[in-house]
Design a protein around this ligand. Sequence first.
Ligand SMILES: C[S@@+](CC[C@H](N)C(=O)[O-])C[C@H]1O[C@@H](n2cnc3c(N)ncnc32)[C@H](O)[C@@H]1O
Length: 401
Amino acid sequence: MVADRLGGGLVERGQVALEVHPADDMYLFSRALTATPSLGVMAYFRAGLQIYDTIEQIITWYFGGFDNVEKFCDFACGYGRSTRFLSARMEPSKIWGVEILPEAVEFQGDVLGVHAVQSATDPDDLELAGPFDMVFVSSLFSHLPGRTFSRWLDRLHALLAPRGLLVVSVHDVAILDEAEHGAMPEEGILFVQSTEVAALDTADYGATFVTPAYMQAAIEALADPAATHWRLPQALCFEQDLYLIPKGEPRVTAAPEIGRGCAGAVDHVAFASKRVLSLDGWAACLDAPGARVSLWADGTRLGTVEPSGHRPDVAAHLRSYRPDHLASGWQIDVEVPRALRRRETVLSIYAEGADGAGPGFQLHCAPLGVLCPMPSIGQKAAYELRHLRGVVDKTAKRLHL
Ligand SMILES: C[S@@+](CC[C@H](N)C(=O)[O-])C[C@H]1O[C@@H](n2cnc3c(N)ncnc32)[C@H](O)[C@@H]1O
């Protein structure tokens, strides 16, 4: 999966660290949502690649490419879900990975080779020397209490070089499930004490939702308020809003065009007969109408399908009633060549925009033996028998028996 997205060379030369720390909360989170450990690893790398894709698009739009970024700070970087990809594309010596969990700080330095810095609960206690061209904060403000939210925003914005860019992700009120978390208070920030990172105090780190008005006021209250900022709804992993907050005069005035790509899933994978693999799921491009799903086995394309099945549940999930989102179901039967009918064959299923809109998204990537039970000898015999019966029936009809 990583080699497909970033190019095999980076993986073979060992530039992308594939080691996952057993205490990595983001891996444990992906693991909890998937059926097997290997699918958990797949989901973890997929999310990391998605975040990396977003960083790459922002850097290209705002700085004109990685070469123009001298100092990058991945704040609250965890165990490097996305830092590992960034440190393969950029010199690790240009990256600062800052975290509150000491073990994660160690992993960032020892395994990813970036400058690893210990953070603090209170913004005033952070010892970090800027200035940075870009400070990127994925999924920290979506967990901070109101008590430290604006103070962290101010502390991180102050670390920017002139014309630098702060990028933070938040849970917008639009995705608040009131039945689960309660209603949004008038002030525009809702903090719920809950654990996602077991080692942290739920009073400092829980689940946070904000309104755009709250963010606007927090940005205007910065010591050096940005002349402008951009909000990209649900641009990070189809879920969190991104706020892009420059320092001083912005380098570009045009609004960012950051593709969110395709969302989707594989719902079922099973052999319908000895040779034919049958799959279904959904896929929807969030940038432009139309999506295409393609299926590969060990690098061989097996088939392509355009979604057309009625999926009101997907439209509701995406909070969109675009006709192509309502018709986002897909189903495909493909014949798997004999040589590829093995447990180890890696099946990759991609979704991409019909006109190449936005980044592609890997719906699934795993060995066939993990995704579905391979036909047993008994099943194979049953398929053969069914086939032979069909031939006998047809012949009998032709002969008017
Ligand atoms: C949801 S995780 C996201 C990790 C990473 N950014 C990613 O997207 O994979 C949030 C991270 O913020 C870290 N964190 C919490 N409070 C922090 C603080 N005050 N300073 C730095 N990191 C903090 C947590 O330990 C955790 O690793």
